[in-house]
Design a protein around this ligand. Structure first.
Ligand code: 5GP
Ligand code: MN
Length: 340
């Protein structure tokens, strides 16, 4: 972070402030971990900080310290709106465009509070007085650590904050295996373990708490795996009725797309998930090497994200979306064949 930015943050945090910390819609481990970690430190510093997320978060995060304090906008709209309207300061974490908060968007746009953005996605929008954006970062949770370091508040870390940030870094790096995982990431992790993050327990809580339903759904997803060797692409489909038959719960499909990417020779993987309620087909894109799924999602499916992990959506049915996707792939044949 630059000196002027740090000075501005210090100025914004002078005195006791009413603060809202917001994560994106369909919050993942990084959104929840970074929001909880930052809010906990702000509260320890004497502010009054509350985390708000647009909709519910997965069960595999519901053991995190402090997760019971999160206000889910969809479930407690009046409380959420009142917190937003009365806030002096709003931190937005792990997203960079107000369109990523679903039904909260209008309330954030109307808020009188000043905004601070901490985020690692590409192409940040211009709504914050402080924008700490770094696409090279492994996770927003790692950025929260660097943010606290820059403003001199690392001593406010405690075992709970270490656990929250560790969880965000671990989930966003695929357990420290994606290319954005750096030596610095590992140094941050080492410090978080020293501060009380229990790595074995966190891994167990997140990864070894599958329901039978989720594993049966994974079995079905793997049955629905299609390989397009000519495009070095693999995709998985899940229809609403398949989700329903396995008592789908939020977060159950998290990570499924990685099985498609793990096929030898595949550089581009997609999972198409039908959402009858929203009348959309949701897509998660993953890639390896120099093929950018962020650009692909932006160009064709009203989405975005990172170079190797992005999401998007289509208003067409699942089967029509797949057909459209395959026809678009023909334009990328050269790029995918040569991807390294
Ligand atoms: P996932 O596939 O795990 O839902 O998301 C992968 C990455 O892409 C995440 O960093 C997420 O924030 C981003 N992402 C997912 N869906 C969308 C979308 O519809 N629009 C944008 N801009 N980013 C998305
Ligand atoms: Mn993230």
């Amino acid at each position: 972070m630059e000196k002027e930015t740090i000075a501005k943050v210090r100025q914004l945090l002078a005195g006791q402030k009413k603060i809202v910390v917001v994560g994106h819609k369909n919050p993942d481990g990084d959104a929840i971990g970074s929001c909880l970690g930052l809010a906990r430190v702000l509260n320890r510093l004497g502010h009054s900080a509350t985390v708000i997320v647009p909709n519910d978060f997965p069960d595999f995060l519901k053991w995190l310290p402090g997760c019971e304090t999160i206000v889910v906008h969809e479930q407690e709209e009046d409380k959420s709106i009142s917190l937003i309207n009365n806030a002096d300061l709003i931190f937005t974490l792990d997203f960079n465009d107000l369109s990523r908060v679903g039904s909260m968007q209008q309330f954030l746009e109307d808020a009188v509070a000043e905004f601070v953005m901490i985020d690692h996605h590409q192409a940040p929008a211009d709504y914050a007085v402080v924008t700490y954006s770094d696409v090279k970062m492994s996770s927003t949770s790692e950025m929260v650590y660097h943010f606290l370091d820059a403003i001199g508040e690392l001593p406010a870390l405690c075992a709970d904050v270490a656990t929250q940030l560790y969880t965000g870094i671990m989930t966003d790096t695929g357990s420290f295996r994606y290319p954005a995982t750096t030596a610095t990431t590992h140094k941050v992790i080492a410090h978080l373990i020293e501060e009380g993050a229990n790595n074995a327990e966190i891994h167990q809580q997140v990864f070894d708490t599958n329901s039978e339903d989720r594993l049966r759904l994974l079995g079905l997803a793997l049955k629905n795996l299609h390989i397009l060797p000519q495009y070095r692409t693999a995709y998985i489909t899940l229809l609403q009725k398949e989700l329903d038959a396995n008592n789908f719960k939020k977060g159950d499909t998290e990570g499924f797309v990685n099985y498609a990417l793990s096929v030898k020779g595949i550089v581009f993987a997609v999972i198409f998930i039908e959402n009858k309620q929203e009348k959309i087909t949701k897509m998660s894109f993953r890639s390896k090497g120099d093929f950018s799924v962020n650009e692909f999602a932006r160009a064709h499916f009203n989405g975005g994200g990172h170079t190797h992990a992005a999401g998007g959506r289509s208003n067409l049915s699942l089967s029509k979306t797949v057909t459209e996707f395959i026809s678009i792939l023909t334009n990328y044949k050269q790029q995918l064949t040569n991807a390294s």
